[in-house]
Design a protein around this ligand. Structure first.
Ligand SMILES: [Zn+2]
Length: 205
């Protein structure tokens, strides 16, 4: 399993984490995959495209054969048109839209790099949010569904608590969030704290 962030130094208000998950060059089932593509903010986009082009891709493989979007917010999906034009990947997203070639549904399996991952529709942060979970490695790509909600007092749709309970039940070992550093220790505590924060907030129907 090889997962790396494209340009981790670019993680700021304008850009999410962009994860590149490498396939095994010798395995035709595998697909070099980007989980999210970042924003279209010009300086960010140029650096991201350059970062992708520099990735080791394996002989005869394109660096980006597939894209999976965790949701359609601009800081995660804004660069999609540029990435599609440059690399011609298959594009999976829950919400249909320009550049999305393959709409995905809850429960569907995808081959991401050399991992078999399950798509979980986890509405709350946005209606179209999804997470990706690999049972073999217990790795969870959480988009913006998981972020530091340290205390109550906010207002969230009621479905958000259900989505977080679903993630909690998976007991992931490592979380690759949409912003911030990957969480390799205390992943379950991180989910529990987000869930407690949401439950201590106003839940809208
Ligand atoms: Zn978002």
């Amino acid at each position: 399993m090889r997962i790396q962030r494209v340009h981790p130094e670019l993680v700021n208000d304008y850009c999410c984490n962009i994860y590149w998950v490498a396939g095994d060059p010798g395995n035709p089932r595998d697909a070099n995959t980007l989980v999210d593509v970042g924003s279209s903010h010009p300086g960010t986009l140029d650096a991201v495209l350059a970062g992708i082009a520099d990735l080791p891709k394996g002989i005869g493989r394109r660096p980006v054969e597939q894209v999976v979007l965790t949701h359609a917010h601009y800081d995660h999906a804004g660069a999609l048109a540029a990435v599609v034009e440059r690399f011609h990947p298959v594009v999976h997203a829950f919400q249909a839209g320009p550049g999305v070639s393959h709409p995905i549904v809850d429960g569907q399996w995808l081959r991401v790099g050399s991992l078999d991952v399950r798509v979980l529709h986890t509405p709350g942060h946005s209606d179209d949010s999804i997470c990706l979970f690999c049972p073999e490695t217990r790795a969870l790509f959480s988009g913006d569904t998981l972020y530091r909600i340290s205390e109550g007092g906010g207002a969230y749709p009621a479905c958000y608590a259900r989505s977080l309970e679903r993630l909690q039940a998976l007991r992931p070992a490592v979380i690759y969030p949409g912003h911030g550093e990957p969480i390799a220790r205390d992943a379950e505590a991180f989910i529990a704290s987000a869930l407690a924060g949401v439950k201590a907030s106003t839940l809208k129907p």
